[in-house]
Design a binder for this molecule. Structure first.
Ligand code: 3PG
Ligand code: MN
Ligand code: MN
Length: 548
């Protein structure tokens, strides 16, 4: 790999005595309506003070500004952190898969051709919605149709309920038409495609960052071994399990579709398996359960079928996982971390388990490795495996304790932090917990601010996309949607703009205090490089500050 160039020092920059600390308030944006806006309604004294006294601008964090197909697409952590870390916009997974399907290259490629050779069953595993963050049901539909055209006889789909990137209880809007499509494709008797198993995405299969391997184990038992509560159809399963548990879709218990007491879609030797999710974080663990040999410490798989396994994308560009994939991911290069390493600047990255990979792997362009072991420190504060509304602080105090130590050690030039609060608690749909979570985070940003003041560093506060700023669903007429006498919870991200604030207590007048308007979060990296005293790479999206 070609080494990046060494950036030039800014001629008129007075080096600060402390580090530049970049805070990503995950899932915190400016809402459009006060009702259900936990960000606007929480008591956040530090955020209010920074907002009224520091340079501040709103940045775009969704749609085309982060490489998604259209401005209808909400932002998410992968594309947001990619944009922060790469300083440029890359066409993202969602867009690349669309293109590969439109141009037909997915189906002419080796991976698809190999997958359809199976004499057994072609399985698809993935998230059945049009949330567009991890997957898109349209991609699955196109692949199932193509499988029929290509002469595959038996297809089994292992479908996860979303309710996290789409409305909280919307699963039947996807499962019912999808079952109808399968029935249509099966009607001429030459093709047999069925949903074989499923469950809520936060209950089985889609764990991330080694937070909760038993989730993946439950998924393995459901999809591969065909063990679990049996139903005759996915729609019957969803209706029954909802009535019994009142769970939101993301938390629905697993189900297995069976006929005469026998699961219809266990995974067997000689089958092909395609994971149709394109985003990596929640795809890596189930992938490793399929691809690992005997050396698999996470749970007893009981039976490991010999299959041809492929992912929609390459999920880890460093470790080349999985071995086979349908679409080549964006080639994100020349990231901020790489430039800072070339300058020999010491960097510290920290978050709680759920967002640890966001501030490292996503920030570094979906690479799990470091550029330089000696210059980069990664710290993970272990999260609790509980519903997050029960521990809304999301370890923000522990994260801050560690950062204060790092600041006071005077070892680091650049520190980046992800506070998971607004996002992880935002996804639970609990408004009260989201407010509590944001207030805890704000207290801790207050602690950071004091430390920065004491050492003469710079604090930059921003966010990767919205979430906690919209905790209620709204009706078309603009009023709050109600359910059982209460506001209906919204669990997904928002499309709202995010804050960008610079707190620079030893400002030396090197830049205008008025920030540039109308930009997106891909402009943050160049700004951070300037605030460290260097010229940004010429191919980066321009800095948000105007240097004097
Ligand atoms: O994976 C998730 O939790 C959601 O689909 C998206 O949330 P994130 O992009 O903030 O991780
Ligand atoms: Mn996020
Ligand atoms: Mn999120």
């Amino acid at each position: 790999m070609k080494q990046v160039e060494t950036l030039k020092k800014l001629a008129n920059w007075k080096k600060r005595s402390g580090p530049v600390v970049f805070v990503v308030m995950d899932g915190v944006a400016y809402g459009k309506r006060k009702e259900g806006d936990a960000v606007a309604n929480a008591v956040m004294e530090t955020f209010a003070e920074l907002s009224s006294t520091c340079p501040l601008v709103k940045l775009k964090a969704h749609g085309e500004a982060v490489g998604l197909p259209s401005d209808e697409d909400m932002g998410n952590s992968e594309v947001g952190h990619n944009a922060f870390g790469a300083g440029r916009i890359f066409a993202q997974g969602a867009k690349l898969v669309n293109k590969s399907l439109q141009e037909g290259s997915m189906f002419s490629g080796n991976t698809w051709q190999e997958a359809i050779k199976t004499q057994g069953v072609l399985h698809f595993i993935g998230l059945l919605s049009d949330g567009g963050v991890h997957s898109n049901i349209k991609h699955l539909e196109a692949m199932v149709k193509q499988a029929k055209i290509d002469g595959v006889k038996v297809v089994r789909i292992h479908a996860l309920l979303d309710g996290r990137d789409v409305p909280a209880t919307s699963a039947l809007e996807y499962f019912e038409p999808f079952e109808a499509l399968l029935a249509e494709l099966n009607a001429d008797g030459t093709f047999d495609a069925k949903i074989a198993s499923g469950g809520g995405r936060m209950y089985i299969t889609m764990d991330r960052y080694n937070a909760d391997w038993p989730m993946v184990e439950r998924g393995w038992h459901t999809h591969v071994l065909g063990e679990g509560r049996q139903f005759s159809s996915s729609v019957e399963a969803i209706k029954t399990l909802r009535a019994e548990t009142s769970a939101l879709d993301q938390d629905l218990p697993p189900f297995v579709i069976a006929k005469d007491g026998k699961a219809i879609g266990t995974v067997q030797d000689g089958d092909s398996v395609i994971l149709f999710n394109y985003r990596g974080d929640r795809a890596l663990e189930i992938t490793s359960a399929f691809e690992s040999g005997n050396d698999f410490p996470h749970f007893d798989r009981i039976r490991v079928p010999k299959v041809f396994y492929a992912g929609m994308m390459e999920y880890d560009g460093d470790l080349h996982v999985p071995k086979h994939y349908l679409v080549t991911p964006p080639a994100i290069d020349r990231t901020l971390a790489e430039f800072l390493c070339a300058l020999k600047l010491k960097q510290y990255s920290i978050s709680e388990t759920q967002k640890f990979g966001h501030i490292t792997y996503f920030f570094n362009g979906n690479k799990s490795g470091k550029f330089d072991e000696n210059l980069e420190t990664y710290v993970e504060i272990k999260g609790d495996n509980v519903p997050f509304e029960q521990r809304p602080a999301m370890k923000c105090a522990e994260i801050t304790d560690a950062v204060l130590e790092a600041i006071n050690s005077k070892e680091y030039d650049f520190i980046k932090i992800n506070y998971p609060n607004g996002d992880m608690v935002g996804h639970t749909g609990s408004y009260q917990a989201a407010v509590a979570s944001l207030e805890a985070m704000d207290l801790n940003i207050g602690r950071l601010k004091k430390a920065i003041e004491a050492v003469g560093g710079i604090l930059v506060v921003s966010a990767d996309h919205g979430n906690a700023d919209e905790m209620y669903e709204f009706k078309k007429d603009g009023t709050v949607a109600m359910e059982n006498g209460k506001p209906k919870a919204k669990t997904s991200h928002s499309l709202n703009p995010v804050p960008f604030i610079i707190f620079d207590p030893t400002y030396q007048g090197e830049y205008d205090l008025k920030l540039k308007e109308g930009l997106g979060i891909s402009h943050v990296a160049a700004t951070l490089i300037n605030l460290l005293g260097y010229e940004a790479p010429s191919d980066y999206d321009t800095s948000i500050i105007t240097l004097k």
